[in-house]
Design a protein. Sequence first.
Length: 353
Amino acid sequence: MIDGDQSYHSWRRLGDVVSSLYALGYHERVDLTAIGSATLGSLRSEAFCRAYSADKNVSIFLGRPSRMHRSHSFLDLSFNTIGSDSSIESFEYAQETRWTVACAILKERSLDLARFVDAAARTQAMHIILQDCVALEASLPSRYQLPGHLKDFQGTAVERDFVASAALNILHVRFLMHSSPMQGASEIGSELIIVSAAMLKLVGEITILKATLANSGTGFIWKIIFYGLPAAGIICLALINRGAQNADTSFSVPQAMQDLSVIVAHVEAGVLLSPDQPNYALLQAATVTIKSVLHTLNSGSLIPTTQDGVSTEQASRAIDPWMPWAGDNDFFDFELDFWTNLAEHPALYQDAA
């Protein structure tokens, strides 16, 4: 069985890289402003930054603790370094490295929100992270900021890919930030749903525009499984817990269902992956569950009242303890088990019966 990004061997090899970088002392010489210059210091800094962001993102994807922490290095967030390339006409991969590591730092801070016991302190920390997100977005050169739709971007294929990646990265920071206080499926906040809907919409556009994109630092499939599947998972939970007719008005239900359908259609058509390629098992499992959710919604099974005349609000409270995660600390884990457990949601189970 090919596990792809879920493979333990990939996780172990990344750990070997992390250990080597610390052993060589690269964590003591990080200079974001030097990235892109033809110096040995630039190479060292870029290697550490790429490893740091990779470890952070892969750890989130696998639901495992990261092995690199900002407190163990001289890595610091500087908005000035993000916009330092604003005068450069052509795209450079150094720009993507700086942006990715800046977002990874914010993701680490978002994950640390779970450690706050005091709700007021956590809210204050969230507000600071949100301010930094806004400042980080403003520091990105205007030509790389996402227009209304990805298809409207005028630039090269690699630049369009970077625009999509940059937008997904900052949305993912907000996604993690709003996920931290969540304690169960019934406590999905409107902010998390809004961010998830935006992520899902962008992933849907990326899926359709696949032929017009070129790798700017992260692969096409990684965008689907790392950003698209978590967003789809939250949207599916929001839809089946509240019903299409009673869904949160903070996002467009028809648009969300359309975006989910885009991913399902492309997976089933074999456009994204073939069965012998890495990550296929995860995408296939997610597709089966998403199809079940869409079928339940389209068939009108999620109605305002149950067969016994119980309101959907009461029914929701009745299944309140249900969660698609295996443990209480796995709220960032959207791997295979999540989709398998989500398929057993009472609403979908009753529909299947």
